[in-house]
Write a protein that binds this ligand. Structure first.
Ligand code: ISJ
Length: 271
């Protein structure tokens, strides 16, 4: 049977995936993070990107690669709560079904500031703001919604409007950074523990990442065309990610685990 790798279709994983070619005996399967989590747990894929929250909950059953992450220090730009009332006044929030991590992060950040809001799963975009006080979006949908609210392409990140389209936009990774001064790790790559990832597959992933980051302009151009988002914005978005699970990322992950009551020993594959 082929060795199956699970991947999301998001722009933020394009630098890892754009130059990934599956050789004979390796198969790529695409899904949203919550699907990938389930596929990995149920044996539908062998090595997959997993949401941090899921990984922490499944601690012991999954084991992560030592040097792969989707993380940021500060703003992420694509895990956004769009809201029409100030943060302190949020009562009803529509949440995405694509991510376990950002929903838990949102819950934690609200709790931390003493805000009691209902989080209701609802597959809505910004139009949901007619009904809800806030809408949580992640990935490409969040990015497209954000870019759609900009009147012009800002010359620098410091020129992003404070209230695009008249909405509040709370970037959850930025809010996490303000509270902790740490990176936030959205996802890792893991296998079921006991199933050592083949070194040649890991080498393939590292090679694809080196190419993707080295030729980021090409990746950004392709993603910008796919999503209809200006290339300079998209390139900055990609450039901003931390893809190597370095020591600050591991500290950020441990701090998140502690914040959500899932702290435990971390063990990574040595591969
Ligand atoms: C930061 C993001 O990263 C993604 C977020 C994930 C999650 O929240 O579960 C999982 C995979 C990442 O590719 C994003 O999609 O906006």
């Amino acid at each position: 049977m082929a060795y199956r790798i699970g991947l999301p279709h998001y722009a933020n994983t394009a630098p890892l995936v754009h130059f990934l070619e599956a050789p004979r005996g390796v198969e790529l399967r695409f899904g949203v993070p919550t699907e990938l989590n389930r596929w990995l747990a149920e044996g539908e894929v062998d090595l997959s990107l997993v949401s941090s929250q899921f990984y922490l909950e499944a601690r012991g059953a999954l084991r992560a690669l030592p040097d792969f992450s989707v993380a940021v220090l500060g703003a992420v730009y694509s895990v956004n709560l769009f809201h029409k009332r100030p943060w302190e006044e949020l009562r009803r929030i529509a949440i995405t079904s694509e991510s376990a991590t950002s929903v838990r992060l949102l819950g934690h950040l609200l709790e931390r500031s003493g805000v009691e809001a209902e989080l209701e799963p609802a597959p809505v975009g910004l139009e949901g703001l007619a009904t809800y006080d806030g809408v949580l979006l992640i990935g490409d949908r969040a990015l497209a919604a954000y870019a759609g609210l900009l009147e012009h392409t800002p010359a620098s990140v410091h020129d992003l409007p404070r209230r695009p389209g008249g909405y509040y936009v709370t970037d959850l990774a930025m809010r996490w950074f303000r509270a902790t001064r740490l990176p936030f790790v959205f996802a890792l790559w893991a296998t079921r523990s006991g199933e050592q990832p083949p070194p040649e597959v890991v080498a393939l992933l590292r090679h694809a990442r080196r190419e993707g980051l080295g030729r980021l302009g090409e990746v950004a151009a392709a993603e910008s065309a796919r999503l209809g988002i200006p290339a300079p914005l998209l390139q900055h978005y990609l450039w901003n990610f931390r893809y190597h699970l370095e020591p600050p990322d591991r500290l950020g992950l441990a701090a998140f685990a502690e914040a959500v009551g899932l702290l435990g020993p971390e063990e990574y594959w040595s591969v």
